[in-house]
Ligand binder design. Structure first.
Ligand code: NI
Ligand code: MN
Length: 225
């Protein structure tokens, strides 16, 4: 599973030639100015919730690539009305393909589109391919529901928001990592806007002090898990 960071909460995940894009927000992110959206391949676009900093580029990417939008019912219907292809799931449900599965799991947050349309309830995804599993928490507070995940799934890594203010911050992300029983964390949702600016070195140190690893991927760079 190759994970590419496109800034904020947007990731590309490549699994055996299948390309997933999560929460595309590239053209509105000055930190991602070097990413050419036209170079991004997508077979599936996974959307955690309807906030603008997670969906800004869904339409342009879906139109360009013909990718299937996988999200909650309300978000898929919203894009369906714009003639974009989608597959609705809801909390607890798993979208399955030949190459991977993606379970839509609980998040504590809100979800509305920029035009005020209802965006359903927010979620995260647990993506599994072969013996690797990746938890993408989405925008969320730490929640005891995270304890449910390791009951069925041994996680390889977790993508957590760490910027505080709109989501959990470092202290709670460390607790979340205990709850999901996964010490390998990839950080997102930090430094894009002033309210979520953090001291990255200090964040890494706090994870290290807790016996955990915080991976910060440079925008445009990839890691393989
Ligand atoms: Ni949000
Ligand atoms: Mn957000």
């Amino acid at each position: 599973m190759k994970i590419t960071f496109y800034g904020h909460a947007c990731f590309g995940i490549e699994i055996n030639g299948t390309n997933i894009i999560v929460d595309p927000f590239i053209t509105g992110n000055p930190l991602a100015k070097d990413i050419d959206i036209n170079s991004i391949k997508a077979d599936y676009i996974l959307v955690t919730h309807a906030h603008q900093d997670h969906v800004l580029d869904v339409e342009v990417l879906a139109e360009k690539t013909g990718a299937t939008i996988v999200s909650n019912y309300e978000i898929v219907m919203y894009y369906g009305a714009k003639e974009l292809k989608g597959h609705p799931v809801n909390h607890g449900g798993t979208f399955k393909t030949e190459h991977f599965s993606a379970k839509y799991v609980n998040a504590i947050h809100t979800s509305s589109f920029a035009d005020g349309s209802y965006g359903g309830q927010p979620g995260g995804f647990v993506i599994t391919a072969g013996d690797k599993s990746l938890y993408i928490a989405g925008d969320t507070a730490v929640t005891m529901d995270m304890k449910l995940i390791p009951m069925t799934t041994k996680l390889t890594a977790s993508i957590f928001p760490i910027g505080d203010n709109f989501t959990m911050g470092i202290t709670d992300a460390i607790i979340a990592s205990d709850l999901v029983e996964c010490n390998s964390v990839i950080g997102c949702h930090f430094n894009t806007f002033p309210p979520i600016e953090i001291d990255v070195d200090n964040a890494k140190q706090q994870f290290s002090n807790a016996g955990k690893e915080l991976n910060i991927i440079e925008i445009g760079a990839s890691i393989t898990i």
